[in-house]
Design a protein around this ligand. Structure first.
Ligand code: DOR
Ligand code: ZN
Length: 344
């Protein structure tokens, strides 16, 4: 008896943090092993705001990842960003998209946008250029409970963006709530969403029951179980509006296991296997290939990848840590058994 196998077109990761320097060297090979392309987040320090900076960062990623992997670069939107620069970078094949971080919403967002009205002309230029807007959808209002920040963002910001820029492609990144899944489904064709493996696997109990578990902490934070169920339904539904974006966000173990630990889950080593488990559990393996390999490129207007990857059903245990020189990272699912693994 041979193990059941699942062969799909080679997938892409439409949301990843690859960092820079030694961390980039440590993590890029994991993403390149699983994915042909990746949308690389620009929240470096300093953030990627110019065409030159994006070109230089792209070269460093290519060197770290090796051949066969294409990083897709993203401009970091600031209050003062110039729409002409965005359009020029997009036309030059440097900026695939641009990312809206509300200022102080998350890691590396200090230079983000303080009010979306400051970027209205930049968004108009992007709409004109056919350049997607990627959105971290959380309000930063201290009055709003952290578990409600995504739902309130929809009312206060996202609905207006969709209304005011009807031709702008918008990706609601790493959605975590039933409200976001419903909003995206009801929105026009130009609005889509990425979904991470962690938000399909864990709810907030994973972070808070039996002790504080920093490796289950990311932003937007995992919500209650009904939201996880809504995300699983959306991801596995076959709707072309939802696609794979891991939000793999590595932080050194000592900065995760700290009095004020960093937000981010490092899921790059077994991301595809993690998603496959969800699709199998939901009885929806027939929709896995579209989610992983078709919906994303179609939304971005990019060609589908050539070639395939094969997963096989074979239990394996995720290691407790991934180490590179002096960096120790704890991967998502550490110590757990996954049922699928990449065969070749
Ligand atoms: O958990 C997160 N980590 N969410 C983000 O939005 C940023 C990311 C990071 O860069 O560490
Ligand atoms: Zn992210």
């Amino acid at each position: 008896m041979t193990n059941p196998k699942l062969t799909i077109r080679r997938p892409d990761d439409w949301h990843v943090h690859l960092r820079d320097g030694a961390m980039l060297q440590a993590v890029a090979p994991y993403t390149a092993r699983q994915f042909t392309r990746a949308i690389v987040m620009p929240n470096l320090s300093p953030p990627v705001t110019t065409i030159d900076a994006a070109r230089a960062y792209r070269s460093r990623i290519e060197a770290a990842a090796g051949p066969g992997f294409t990083p897709l670069m993203v401009a970091y939107l600031t209050d003062g960003i110039d729409g002409a620069t965005l359009a020029e970078g997009h036309a030059a094949g440097v900026f695939t998209a641009a990312k809206l971080y509300p200022a102080h919403a998350t890691t590396g967002s200090a230079h983000g946008v303080t009010d979306v009205k400051h970027i209205h002309s930049a968004l108009a230029a992007m709409e004109q250029a056919g350049m997607p807007l990627l959105v971290h959808g959380e309000v930063t209002d201290p009055e709003i409970d952290v578990f409600d920040r995504e739902a309130v963002f929809i009312e206060r910001i996202m609905a207006g963006l969709v209304r005011d820029f009807p031709g702008l492609k918008i990706v609601f990144e790493h959605i975590t709530t039933e409200e976001a899944a419903q909003f995206v489904l009801a929105a026009p064709e130009n609005v889509a969403a990425t979904i991470t493996p962690q938000h399909l696997h864990i709810n907030r109990n994973a972070m808070l029951v039996g002790g504080i578990r920093p490796h289950a902490y990311c932003l937007p934070v995992a919500k209650r179980e009904k939201h996880r169920q809504a995300l699983r339904k959306a991801a596995t539904s076959g709707s072309a509006k939802f696609f794979l974006g891991t939000d793999s966000a590595p932080h050194r173990i000592e900065t995760k296991e700290a009095a004020c630990g960093c937000a981010g889950i490092f899921n790059a080593p077994f991301a595809l296997e993690s998603y496959a488990a969800v699709f199998e559990e939901e009885g929806a393996l027939e929709h896995f290939e579209a989610f992983a390999s078709e919906n994303g490129p179609r939304f971005y207007g990019l060609p589908l990848n050539e070639g395939t990857v094969t997963l096989e059903r074979a239990d394996h245990t995720v290691p407790d840590s991934c180490e590179a020189v002096d960096i120790v990272l704890v991967p998502f699912h550490a110590g757990e058994t996954l049922r699928w693994r990449i065969a070749s």
